[in-house]
Design a protein around this ligand. Structure first.
Ligand SMILES: [Zn+2]
Ligand SMILES: [Zn+2]
Length: 641
């Protein structure tokens, strides 16, 4: 996923994490395994209730099946598990369990388990769907990992996009394990966690080619190309064979930093024999090859040369190579660069600090400096390529930016493709920009963006180099996984060896056979709203939907504690339902109905307020629906005096 900007600004950098090799709790690193891998086999009901699965039917299924699964795991341990042997089977087995990123683009997280050891690949978040009102982020349900805490040997990050690292702040309090990643990935993770001082994991920065021992596993980092620098694939050696995980990748023969993806290493692994390949499916529907990132730079050259006024480029802040190209072309045409947007400043800051972005101080100016230069001497590099409401570009287009207003003569380059769901917002921004007199260049008009994910020919190349026995398409909606699986079939991988899996469903592989388990481990989505992790569930979401669509209707009743009599006429407060001043008749009648109910109860000497509340709710709801065809949320408040 490319829409990976951080909404918050870090408060400051924390000291760099420990380097590879120096580990805090090394006891479990030298092959010594702690007994009792599952320290809490029982399912925690309270916790599960807070969590929300993607569908009711599915949740029911998962709940029932989960218990079975747990008891099976317990049995297995009694019969001497730990060598990866499943009960009733003689061959040692490795389990691959996706906890996110399957059937969706976002919140990537995969568990690889063998006997008493677990490693985790990525810990990402997803941006909420429109119907998840007020929810900031969605992260994977990690109950399965909490239940198997003692088995976890490390988290291995493939790259620094939010759909791969975004869940770290919300889960790292639960796990005391090292987090591995490349230099940029770790720098971005640290910057992210600096906003959460209570979360302080042990970060280990690794380079391409490094191999990390983690229980029975050894994890090797392999360079790939992607829309963020320092992206890596993983080769995981297990007792039953090597598993290759591509991470998000594309094959770029002319990457901006000159570091070409290590296709050789993938080929070497393929030659030695690879048990399973997990590969990025995002672009499995797209034919041919993706264009090189360098191509975008060439397009920039054209537009910068033609532009007579200011150039404004909107891009993903995380795409350091894209930012580098904007800066390089700006330099070529003697333009200074002004950065706009908090995430833009954050990513540029982090990337400069670790020298992944090369820009001299004199190239960068701030908004105050803009007036010192002529229009054809500046470039404004901003966020907002997805039409996000509060972003720099949108505020400039709406005339709400404190420093910059779009005007005739501006060239605006939107250097991104709208991610599905954002097309409407981006289109609105483009319309506004044209109205203000700007010349707008976007991906529909020219090559100002290339994807960071491999197209079909690249996916085929990967499969032909790695030559896996088993194939698991990952990172994609079902349609993408399906097309990728189909491609594997065309490449000669046997149908029974290709697994389109589901979140929570384990794929079990031994040297000869693989199977997908139909029982799911506990899994699903956890919703993050502000500081709350998982405290927004179905009930809260349903309430928010009612409030958003039909509003709120509060009936306040003041009654005597002694007699139960009404002490004053009922009061009505409503928001988002009807315009009160023009609805006197409606409100009067509602008050009248309420009075009757209270008097009735008082006559019957009822002191059960919940019955009274339910009666008010029911009668008022029926009345309002009859009159208005709307169903606001009705909230009876009873004050006893
Ligand atoms: Zn991704
Ligand atoms: Zn990515």
């Amino acid at each position: 996923m490319d829409n990976t900007e951080n909404k918050k600004q870090p408060r400051g950098r924390r000291p760099a994490g420990q380097k590879n090799g120096e580990r805090r709790n090394s006891g479990n690193q030298n092959g010594e395994r702690k007994a009792g891998g599952s320290q809490d086999g029982s399912r925690k009901n309270g916790e599960n209730q807070k969590r929300q699965n993607s569908g009711n039917a599915k949740r029911q299924h998962a709940k029932v099946e989960t218990q079975k699964n747990v008891s099976a795991a317990v049995k297995q341990k009694k019969s001497g598990g730990g060598n990866g042997r499943k009960q009733g089977s003689s061959a040692p087995t490795v389990r691959i369990i996706p906890l996110g990123g399957i059937g969706e683009v976002g919140k990537n997280m995969t568990v690889v388990e063998f006997g008493e050891d677990i490693i985790i690949i990525d810990a990402g978040l997803m941006f909420p769907r429109e119907e998840m009102l007020g929810v900031d982020y969605v992260i994977p349900d990690t109950t399965y990992l909490k239940n198997n805490k003692d088995k976890i040997r490390g988290i291995f990050l493939t790259h620094g996009h939010e759909d791969h690292i975004g869940a770290l702040p919300y889960i790292m309090n639960d796990f005391d394990v090292p987090v591995y990643g490349s230099t940029l990935t770790i720098a971005l993770s640290e910057a992210k966690l600096s906003e959460y001082p209570q979360v302080n994991p042990e970060f280990c920065s690794v380079k391409a080619g490094d191999k990390i021992k983690a229980g029975v596993f050894e994890v090797e980092y392999i360079r790939v190309s992607h829309s963020i620098d320092d992206a890596m694939g993983l080769a995981i050696s297990t007792p039953v064979g090597t598993i290759v995980h591509t991470g998000d990748f594309k094959i770029d023969f002319t990457p901006v930093n000159g570091k070409i993806m290590d296709l050789n290493r993938f080929a070497e692994l393929g030659k030695k024999g690879v048990l399973a390949l997990m590969s990025d499916s995002t672009n499995a529907e797209r034919p041919g090859f993706t264009m090189s990132e360098s191509q975008v730079g060439e397009t920039f050259v054209n537009y910068f040369r033609q532009a007579s006024g200011r150039v404004i480029v909107a891009s993903f802040a995380s795409n350091v190579h894209r930012i580098q190209q904007v800066i390089d072309v700006a330099k070529l045409y003697n333009r200074k660069v002004c950065l706009s947007g908090r995430s833009m400043l954050k990513y540029v800051g982090v990337a400069r600090e670790i020298e992944y972005l090369h820009v001299s101080d004199d190239m960068l100016i701030n908004f105050e400096d803009l007036k010192k230069f002529r229009d054809n001497q500046v470039v404004i590099l901003t966020t907002g390529s997805q039409g996000e409401t509060m972003s720099g570009l949108v505020r400039m287009a709406m005339g709400q930016h404190a420093k910059v207003n779009i005007k005739t003569g501006d060239t605006v380059i939107i250097s991104a493709t709208p991610i599905p769901g954002n097309e409407r917002y981006v289109s609105d921004v483009i319309n506004m920009l044209y109205r203000k007199g700007a010349n707008v260049i976007n991906d529909a008009t020219d090559m100002v963006h290339v994807s960071g994910h491999a197209n079909r020919e690249e996916l085929k190349l990967m499969m032909s180099l790695v030559k896996p026995k088993f194939f698991i398409p990952v990172h994609g909606e079902y349609r993408h996984l399906y097309k990728h699986a189909e491609l594997a079939g065309k490449m000669g991988i046997k149908e029974k060896n290709v697994f389109i899996t589901e979140i929570g469903a384990a794929v079990e592989l031994n040297k000869r056979i693989g199977q997908m388990k139909t029982e799911a481990v506990p899994s699903g989505s956890v919703l993050i709203d502000g500081l709350g992790i998982g405290d927004v569930g179905n009930v809260v979401l349903r309430d928010r939907k009612v409030l958003a669509s039909d509003g709120l209707f509060i009936v306040v009743v003041t009654i005597s504690a002694e007699t139960g009599d009404l002490l004053s006429p009922p009061d009505i407060i409503s928001r988002g339902f009807v315009y009160m001043k023009e609805s006197e008749e409606l409100l009067d009648e509602a008050k009248h109905i309420t009075e009757n109910i209270v008097n009735d109860c008082s006559a019957r000497r009822t002191s059960d307020w919940s019955t009274l509340k339910n009666l008010i709710k029911k009668e008022i709801s029926t009345y309002l629906y009859e009159k208005t065809n709307r169903s606001p949320m009705i909230l009876p408040v009873i004050i006893e005096i």
